[in-house]
Ligand binder design. Structure first.
Ligand code: ATP
Ligand code: MG
Length: 420
């Protein structure tokens, strides 16, 4: 123990568990890479106004959860609470949308920061992998993203997740619905904060997690009944495309999301094994966001999947990922001369692409073999003075226990062949 601990609401990723996190990130990214999405990385902080405008002044993320600060130079910045606003900002800044190839499809992976009340599955520092498809209005694009997220979760072995789907309408039909909902909310017995929210962004009240509020919302008007013909047709096509792909989903007419910028298609991935932090990912269409942050009209759609909660979901289902041991060969030198020779062999193995490690610190045979075992290596390569005199090392198969001498100059080719 040192004097210091990880800050409240954060945790460290340590081996061997950290390998699962990497594998989850990789599994989410793989279908995206395979579908024309290019990798984008943006700074960990941005102008606070980007999030205030992009995510929404009335959202919890902006009003309560943002790490905002002023720099010594007087800039007002915030640690990024989510990815979409930054990615769109970067795409606009680099004029990616003018390169003539819309949609611009991007994926990202990184750390996000929200000042939340920490609990299991809810942290102040967490990881997301996300995807954004910018500049096209096409139901197939919405369907593509939902299908790719489903593919990612399934490739990990997750089964008990559900996809909730809704449409939030567009600038045509949403204002009409908004007014109807507002009328309805004004007649309810709500606390002051919630009434204020009902005035600024009534849709967000539907997302209220409190039982007492939800009970009163039972008869709330639904957007489904207010969608304009264009939104209805669009949504119907998204549903058909996902269905045709064999991806199961549930219509959830009350699904809204914690960010203001969503239009039309909205979806969430929820998992039954996570208690109240049931959302493992979410996303949707955000046709108005570009204009909100000063860009041209660029209808877009995207999602973000939480890495931390996906790992928890895997644990809840008892799924362990098949992660190959990091080390294939573990070299155990006995004596000074062997130390120099085997260190050279290990360097050669590594250069040849074989994952190799070495017993450091001059350990004896017993201690070194214990470490070789712990490393999960398939082979141990042991050499003492007598082996060196014969120009060989002992190659021990850690599974069968079988041990054979191998000429030192044939170690690399032998191991490459046996590991292939
Ligand atoms: P919630 O309703 O649980 O607060 P959210 O709607 O705020 O979730 P999004 O902004 O949609 O979440 O982020 C997408 C995903 O990122 C979530 O589904 C979740 O997996 C993950 N996530 C969001 N906030 C946190 C957090 N504080 N800690 C861990 N993961 C998080
Ligand atoms: Mg949240």
């Amino acid at each position: 123990m040192s004097t210091f601990q990880a800050p409240k609401g954060t945790y460290d990723l340590l081996p061997p568990d950290s390998a699962t996190y990497l594998a989850v990130r990789e599994a989410i990214a793989a279908p995206l890479r395979n579908s024309g999405y290019g990798y984008i990385e943006t700074p960990g902080f941005e102008d606070v106004e980007l999030f205030a405008r992009g995510v929404g002044e009335s959202t919890d993320i902006v009003t309560k959860e943002m790490y905002a600060f002023e720099t010594k130079g007087g800039d007002r910045l915030a640690l990024r609470p989510e990815g979409t606003a930054s990615v769109l900002r970067a795409a606009l800044e680099a004029n990616l949308h003018k390169a003539g190839n819309l949609p611009v499809k991007l994926w990202y992976s990184g750390s996000y920061y929200r000042y939340e009340r920490p609990q299991k599955g809810r942290y102040r520092h967490f990881s997301q992998v996300g995807a954004e498809a910018i500049g096209a209005e096409d139901p197939a694009l919405d369907a593509e993203l939902i299908i790719l997220a489903d593919q990612a979760y399934r490739s990990l072995g997750l089964r008990n997740f559900r996809i909730l789907l809704n449409s939030l309408g567009d600038k045509e039909c949403r204002p009409v619905y908004r007014a109807a909902l507002q009328d309805f909310l004004r007649g309810l017995d709500l606390d002051e904060d919630t009434l204020r929210r009902a005035e600024i962004n009534p849709l967000r009240v539907l997302d209220d997690k409190r039982e007492a509020v939800q009970r009163q919302l039972a008869d709330a008007p639904l957007l489904r009944d207010h969608l304009c013909d264009a939104c209805k047709a669009y949504h119907e096509e998204v549903r058909e495309l996902i269905t045709a792909a064999g991806v199961a989903f549930e219509d959830d007419p009350k699904l809204v999301r914690g960010l203001d910028y969503y239009t039309r298609t909205t979806f969430e991935f929820v998992h039954g094994g996570l208690g109240s932090q049931s959302a493992v990912g979410g996303g949707g269409r955000y046709d108005g966001l570009s204009e909100m942050i000063g860009g041209p009209a660029l209808p877009s759609v995207g999602w973000a999947l939480g890495v931390d909660r996906t790992v928890l979901a895997l644990q809840a289902e008892g799924v362990t990922l098949d992660i190959p041991a990091a080390t294939s060969v573990y070299a155990v030198p006995l004596g000074e001369e062997a130390r120099r020779v085997l260190f050279g062999v290990v360097t050669e193995l590594r250069r040849a692409g074989v994952a190799a490690d070495f017993s450091f610190g001059g350990k004896g045979l017993k201690g070194a073999m214990k470490n070789a075992n712990r490393s999960g290596a398939r082979f141990a390569l042991v050499a003492g003075e007598r082996d060196l005199a014969e120009g060989t090392a002992q190659l021990k198969d850690m599974e069968s226990g079988e041990q054979v001498p191998v000429a030192l100059d044939a170690v690399v080719s032998t191991l490459r062949a046996r590991l292939a």
